[in-house]
Design a protein around this ligand. Sequence first.
Ligand code: FAD
Length: 484
Amino acid sequence: MGLISGQQYIDRINNLHPEIWIDGEQAKGKLSEHPSLNGIMKSKANLYDLQLKVEKLDKMSFKLENGERAGMAFFPPKTKEDLEKRRLAFQEWAKSTGGLLGRSPDYLNTILMTFTQAAELFKSQDPKFCENMRNLYERATREDLSFTHTFVHPQVNRGRYYFELSDDPVAAHIKEKTNDGLIIKGARLLATQGGLTDELIVFPQGGVGESCMANGFSLPANTPGLRFIARESFDYGKSNFDHPLGSRFDELDSVIVFDDVLVPWENVFFYESKQLSGQVYSQTSFFPQTVHQVVSRCIIKTEFILGTIQLMIHTINIGDYDLVQDKVADVIIALEAMKAFVLSSEIQAKPDRWGTMTPAREPLHAALCYYAKIYPTFSEIIQNLGASGLVTIPNEKDFHSPIRGDLDDYLQAANANAEDRVKIFRLAWDLSMSAFGTRQSLYEQYFFGGPLSLAKRLYAGYYRDPQIEWVKDFLSIKDIEPGS
Ligand SMILES: Cc1cc2nc3c(=O)[nH]c(=O)nc-3n(C[C@H](O)[C@H](O)[C@H](O)COP(=O)(O)OP(=O)(O)OC[C@H]3O[C@@H](n4cnc5c(N)ncnc54)[C@H](O)[C@@H]3O)c2cc1C
């Protein structure tokens, strides 16, 4: 089959009937017609259509051995040029969503590619598990599958010394092992786009937790007993004019419940293995390959934000003020820094132990930490510059009502008519103040672990002996051993 169209994606998800709960009701019928889901499904469908465009085919996909094409995120990079190709494909997709879809399919497809390249790792428990990973990758590339994932235990008790030792833990765990597979019970966080993808990938929280929770497997989204409990949608059924972003790109986030779910052995990559739970991150290129996709997307997102801010400035003619220029300079610095991080990671790339060309981890880790800190300031900047403009935003209906004349007269701006001005400021509002916009801020801070844990890991992992030795030499100090 190879690459699918947007309609094929929609038909496939409509035929799956995964168990999604929204607003106290199970979503029934065609999900693409559900008021909370149709916007995001349409946006995802556009991504699939984009990669099928004849003029984009070579940029967005590569040829499989059987001659069919698969999305570029599945492409295992062997050279630095391959990394660049991957980046350009990520960014092409990101451009059609303003970089606002954190979980465009290339995110999980990259993760699947990376784990598959290192599939030998899973042989240590059972050679079949290595094959299971490879089979999933092969099926995913041939059928252009999309995935959601869960890597985190529920937020019950994050106390330093808390371990979930109960006989019936909240966190998803093996309840039973049978001839057919594992029976999983409990909950996990947090499937963004839960139920809107073909399958779910479950991996442990980096070696943390009891061995009954140390499992890696995949499941079709409609597996019996698998339940996605979605948050309230931020697509409030408003028009693209009223909620330009929420109406298109709200990905939903779901708690996943495993209600005695059978995971067939063919879907298992490892189980009850604390060792593999750690190795799956430490011995694979999961981190650099995934963050390479993330940073590529964030560059496009920053460009989208910069464009929006500059349009606001032009509309109400505030570009002459020092404060305004200073704030825009901050966004430009962020944009250029992110571009530099990703290029640096590609220039310093090296093959990993599995032969996959791997972007350098350090610049990408620094980018992730930096963006988690800087992103919330973009919202502040928009609010600083927009001021009352962010709340003088009548909606589409107002523009089609008897007060239209008032709006045209009194909401006109130096360089835009009333309607265009409101369009621009509604976009700025949806980026920075709406439920959709604030969730974006939360997402960029937390989707990969949170600013503090990212910084802690950078501190722990960054090799800096040469710098210490240099300063010691400079001061003629011999006795201090670098510690923690
Ligand atoms: C919008 C959004 C989308 C997401 N999508 C996905 C997804 O698709 N798939 C997925 O698997 N995950 C997803 N996540 C989950 C994400 O991986 C977690 O939010 C992240 O790992 C942080 O974990 P937590 O939310 O449980 O926060 P917690 O770990 O509970 O942290 C809460 C606070 O406590 C502090 N804290 C907790 N433990 C410690 C500690 N040991 N030391 C110091 N401080 C501590 C933290 O710094 C933080 O301030 C998503 C998150 C968000 C917000």
